[in-house]
Design a protein around this ligand. Structure first.
Ligand code: SF4
Ligand code: SF4
Length: 279
């Protein structure tokens, strides 16, 4: 995986080719791709090998081509209009391809950095009041030493709602670190000066192989679509199309690879946004 060679132009090309090709199945088309494929000045070597590990992202496309019905989550544009089915399918596919690719890039870049920024709350002198680690329902048990705040009020807000959630007359982040149940799901809130209990003295994670999904995410976040709700199994998924790439400026490798990240966003036709998280 390489920020200078994003996968999306390749997947977009294959999508268009598949729609006009006589092939019924995608695998036939993938097998016929040349060993070297040049798109947007990028040479993809062995493109079939790049596609196969996540070829399942094309499942909906294959169903559309066969004239079958597909069911997608609710994805809207910034005016609140529901996207046409094909556009929604493309946005969802693009989000999945970028998540897959950026997660792998993140793992490769983060390890050598000896950095624990993603495992700690903000510094005592920072303007940022807290650091949020979103948790899936099944990941809550990894953090059983923390209290869970779950009330009608918390479930009506997110960690970034304004006005913020108050508990006993004070903002929630003035209390010790805890797990909160928000409108968008659960998250661990690490307050200023706090650290994840799984961070060990040598700066690595004690539960690395079973760490939460959020801890595996890149500091270069694909926001082709942004999830608005539905992290719980029982809640409907709703998304907003953003067509953006968000890179967290606090991260040392985001600074180091700034130019490559801008190029990556351009090649994927996304707006590139750099944001400080723990200023
Ligand atoms: S679970 Fe591991 S990777 Fe995640 S915040 Fe804690 S120490 Fe860091
Ligand atoms: S800020 Fe970047 S380098 Fe530091 S722990 Fe997070 S992902 Fe890794």
């Amino acid at each position: 995986m390489d920020l200078k060679k994003p996968l999306w132009p390749l997947f977009e090309f294959v999508t268009q080719l598949y729609l006009i090709s006589p092939h019924g199945g995608l695998e036939d088309l993938i097998q016929e791709l040349p060993d070297d494929l040049k798109l947007l000045d990028i040479i993809y070597k062995q493109p079939s090998m790049l596609i196969r590990p996540i070829a399942s992202v094309f499942d909906n496309l294959a169903l559309i081509k066969k004239g079958r019905d597909i069911t997608l989550p609710d994805i809207r544009d910034e005016d609140g209009k529901e996207l046409p089915l094909f556009d929604a399918m493309i946005s969802l596919t693009k989000q999945r391809v970028l998540e897959y690719e950026l997660e792998a890039i993140n793992s490769a870049l983060c390890g050598p950095c000896s950095c624990v920024l993603c495992c700690t709350g903000p510094d005592l002198s920072a303007r940022q009041e807290f650091f949020e680690i979103p948790l899936l329902d099944e990941e809550i048990s990894l953090f059983s030493r923390f209290p869970i705040v779950d009330s009608m009020k918390s479930r009506a807000k997110t960690a970034y709602s304004e006005p913020e959630l108050e508990i006993d007359g004070a903002p929630f982040y003035k209390r010790p670190s805890a797990i909160y149940h928000w409108a968008t799901g659960y998250s661990l809130i690490l307050v200023r000066g706090a650290a994840c209990p799984h961070l060990n003295a040598s700066g690595s994670c004690n539960i690395y192989s079973s760490r939460p999904v959020a801890c595996r995410k890149p500091q270069i976040f694909p926001f082709v679509i942004e999830r608005l709700s539905g992290r719980h199994q029982d809640a409907a998924e709703r998304y907003l199309r953003r067509d953006a790439l968000l890179a967290i400026w606090d991260c040392p490798y985001v600074k180091e690879f700034k130019a490559e990240i801008i190029t990556y966003a351009r090649l994927c036709n996304l707006t590139c946004i750099f944001k400080e998280n723990k200023a």
